[in-house]
Design a protein around this ligand. Structure first.
Ligand code: PA5
Length: 439
């Protein structure tokens, strides 16, 4: 298996020696050693770093695969995942990267995948009409409600709406068509026990935005025939690569150092520039990861710091025609990570000679556009680093997701904030529940 390539250009404002000196000054090695030690002693599960242990946990994959095998017997034509934030973004990212954004038709025996995230009535009516059409035609649908807390307002509201529809068409066996993914002992877990819904447990110490390799991400993915073995193999290979002590060959450490170095110099925007339309959802997954993990009012000692790196997502080459002018000419407040894909699933040749492009392949043109963009960033001294994914397969997507989760752990250490909590998100949830009087 190949590995993705991570690189950065020294000429974009930082020399390697600066990064190594920063690592030394901030004692980043101590954090790496802590992770490596917990990993070797198999003690990660008891800590906030538990997410690193999940791709190594065969029992999780066995349980998820067993439930999926049982549910596939019903031949569901549609799977609807009800969840929000960390409970939906990971599965969506992988599914979109592997199947593409425009997968609308049923591929033999693979259910269509829908996500019910917010309480937008117009969106929900569209989902309900698709579900009702299937049920009325005598087909089965499968509901996977995913919520770690078991209490998120949007998820609970959407769940009951969809459940009501399911009960109308399947009054006797609706319970068989529901899978609940939640923390053991959450309010939803208790409900699931009464209703005899199948339950998948989220390990206690694995937080929402770090949960893609748990049942949260794995169940919907395996239901749609995505190889969770390959996905987790990619993630495992990245744990080894990102816990290694050679900083230069450790992409998670390098990427965290680059971002922190620039952040200290007033560069507070992180742009993930993806040269692949099908990676947009992965960009959104990362946006949540960095925003919720690093955006903090208080540091680890409780001092008010108002820390944060603002994530943006750009899609190449579409957004070259909307934001490139700003990014190349505007304020020097952005650090970019370019993501390109070496080999797409398809290639197309331009047929007619209009501007010297006849006979050129889309992959050559896209390559020229991304290389040209990097060249322009270099010329204008705009900092960036690059990730080249060999392809958008499960293995490399697993690598990328794990690389980013470890990067954020190092970045949290450098920024001296807790990358695992989200107190201000909890604040909005409580306020909304107070207004709705459901506390
Ligand atoms: O990362 C997080 O913890 C959050 O984004 C949660 O995933 C999100 O708020 C949804 O919470 P829950 O899974 O409890 O419904």
């Amino acid at each position: 298996m190949k590995e993705f390539i991570f690189s950065y250009r020294e000429s974009c404002g930082i020399a390697l020696a600066d990064l190594l000196a920063l690592a030394e000054e901030k004692k980043l090695e101590a954090e790496r050693l802590l992770l490596a030690d917990l990993f070797l002693k198999k003690e990660l599960y008891e800590t906030s770093y538990a997410s690193l242990a999940i791709p190594f946990d065969e029992q999780i994959r066995e349980r998820v695969s067993a439930v999926a095998a049982q549910k596939k017997k019903f031949n569901p034509t549609v799977l609807v995942v009800i969840g929000i934030g960390g409970s939906s973004l990971g599965a969506k990212a992988v599914h979109q990267a592997v199947f593409g954004r425009l997968r609308t038709r049923v591929v033999t025996n693979i259910p269509l995948l829908y996500f019910a995230e917010t309480v937008d009535a117009d969106r929900m009516i569209t989902i309900l009409s698709v579900l009702e059409q299937e049920l009325a035609a005598g087909n089965n649908i499968l509901i996977n409600v995913v919520t770690k807390s078991g209490t998120t307002t949007e998820t609970i509201a959407n769940f009951y709406v969809i459940l009501e529809l399911l009960k109308k068409y399947r009054p006797d066996d609706y319970a068989e068509l529901v899978v609940v993914t939640t923390d053991k002992d959450s309010p939803l877990w208790s409900l699931a026990q009464c209703e005899i819904f199948t339950c998948l447990e989220i390990p206690k110490m694995v937080g929402g935005r770090y949960s893609v390799f748990s049942a949260v991400g794995l169940f919907p993915l395996v239901m749609t025939d995505i190889s969770i073995e390959e996905l987790c193999a990619g993630a495992r290979s990245m744990v080894t690569r990102c816990l290694n002590d050679d900083v230069q060959n450790n992409p998670a450490m390098m990427s965290a150092l680059i971002q922190y170095y620039h952040y200290q110099r007033g560069v507070s925007i992180n742009d993930l520039f993806l040269f692949s339309v099908d990676l947009e959802a992965m960009g959104k997954w990362y946006r949540q990861l960095i925003a919720e993990s690093i955006g903090k009012e208080f540091d680890k000692q409780g001092k008010q710091v108002l820390m944060g790196i603002t994530p943006t997502i750009s899609l190449g080459s579409i957004d070259l025609h909307s934001v490139a002018q700003l990014y190349l000419g505007g304020p020097r407040d952005k650090c970019t990570t370019f993501v390109t894909v070496e080999k797409n699933r398809n290639n197309i040749i331009v047929p007619h000679d209009v501007s010297g492009l006849a006979g050129r392949s889309f992959s050559d043109i896209m390559h020229a556009l991304s290389a040209g963009t990097k060249g322009a960033y270099l010329k204008n001294n705009r900092p960036f680093c690059s990730v080249v994914l060999p392809e958008k397969s499960e293995y490399y997507i697993g690598q990328f997701l794990q690389f980013k989760m470890i990067e954020i752990m190092y970045l949290g250490f450098l920024c001296n904030v807790d990358p695992f909590d989200q107190p201000n998100v909890e604040l909005y949830k409580r306020e909304a529940q107070r207004i709705l009087n459901v506390l």
